[in-house]
Structure formats: C-alpha cells, structure tokens
Design a protein around this ligand. Structure first.
Ligand SMILES: *[C@@H]1O[C@H](CO)[C@@H](O)[C@H](O)[C@H]1NC(C)=O
Ligand SMILES: *[C@@H]1O[C@H](CO)[C@@H](O)[C@H](O)[C@H]1NC(C)=O
Length: 164
C-alpha cells in the first residue's frame, strides 16, 4: 500500500462528510453474480471524483476510483480483473462476487468541494443447491412415496369407517 493512498484515505475519512450519516444500504447478491453498487449521483460531470472502498477486518482499501477523469480499477488484487467503474454513472460492478467479499463498501463522492459518502452493507449469500433445501417433515408435500401411500390408505379406511 502506498503512502499516498493512505493519505488519501485518511483525508477522506477524517473529513466531516456532508449529508446525513444514514444507515448503510443493504445489498444482497448471490455468489457468482455481479455486484452492482450505485453511488446515487444523478449525473457525473467532468469534475467529479469518486472513490470506492471496501472494508475487511477493520482495514479499508481502495477498490476503484475516478480521479481527474481517469478510471482506476486495479488497486486491490483480491478483486483483480473483476472490477469495473462506469465513468458516466459512477456505478461500481464486481463480477463473480464471492461470499468472502461480504462487508461494507463505501463510495466517497467529491463534486467541487462537496464531499458526500454512501455506505453499502453487502451480503453475498452462497448458491444453495436445491437438493439440500429443507429436509423437514412438517410439510406433507415433501414426504416419500411410502408415506404418501399410507396417507391414502388411512384416508380410505376413514372413508370406509364413515360408511359403516
Ligand atoms: C474491529 O474493530 C472493532 C472495534 O474497534 C473490534 O471490536 C474488532 O475486534 C475488530 N475486528 C478485527 C477483525 O480486527
Ligand atoms: C475471496 O476468495 C477468493 C478465492 O476463493 C479470492 O480469489 C478472493 O481474492 C477473496 N476475496 C477477498 C476479498 O479476500
């Protein structure tokens, strides 16, 4: 990690950030999907700077940045080759997202001298195989053929008993 990077991060995190310190926006995405985070700025002008950061084990690292009109997406080798940043919208996309990449993401948006911050709480859930989904016995539709037959037989018996 370069010193200038830390200076940059400390600069941003120590600043009184404009706007409400609202709760992070929750984003749920399935493992292997594309994570897409919107910085919430309607239109990016030439002079906008955006820094996207990712936090893990209390360590904040840069993931991508728009700086002086240029896009930088290869700061963090853990996301290597999977990060894209859209110049027009500032949207961050990370393809093939992993469960170990859940956690807080933040966008620092600088327009002229105004800085705003947007927090995201990203939850990457594992793709669940349909076979392992619930093996509970409380759902009659899930029971095996034998049980289904027993139910049928019992129902038949009840029917007969009713007739008697
Ligand atoms: C992160 O910081 C919090 C509070 O400062 C601490 O309780 C926690 O143990 C830290 N986690 C790690 C992984 O260092
Ligand atoms: C998550 O794990 C994958 C390998 O399973 C690795 O390539 C990736 O860099 C990890 N991501 C983070 C943020 O540690």
């Amino acid at each position: 990690m370069s010193i200038s990077m830390w200076v940059f991060i400390m600069f941003f995190t120590s600043l009184e950030v404009c706007g409400q310190a609202d709760a992070p926006e929750s984003v749920r995405v399935m493992e292997g999907d594309v994570l897409r985070l919107h910085p919430g700025v309607p239109e990016l002008k030439q002079d906008v700077q955006i820094l996207w950061s990712y936090e893990r084990d209390n360590l904040s690292t840069r993931v991508a940045q728009i700086y002086q009109g240029k896009i930088y997406t290869s700061y963090d080798e853990r996301f290597s080759g999977r990060v894209q940043l859209d110049r027009k919208t500032g949207v961050l996309t990370i393809s093939n997202i992993r469960t170990n990449e859940s956690g807080p993401f933040e966008a620092f948006i600088v327009i002229n001298t105004k800085i705003s911050k947007r927090k995201f709480s990203v939850d990457v859930y594992a793709a669940v195989s349909s076979v392992t989904v619930r093996q509970s016995t409380d759902c009659p539709d899930c029971c095996g053929v034998t049980e289904a037959l027993i139910h049928l037989v019992l129902a038949g018996l009840m029917f007969l008993l009713d007739l008697v």
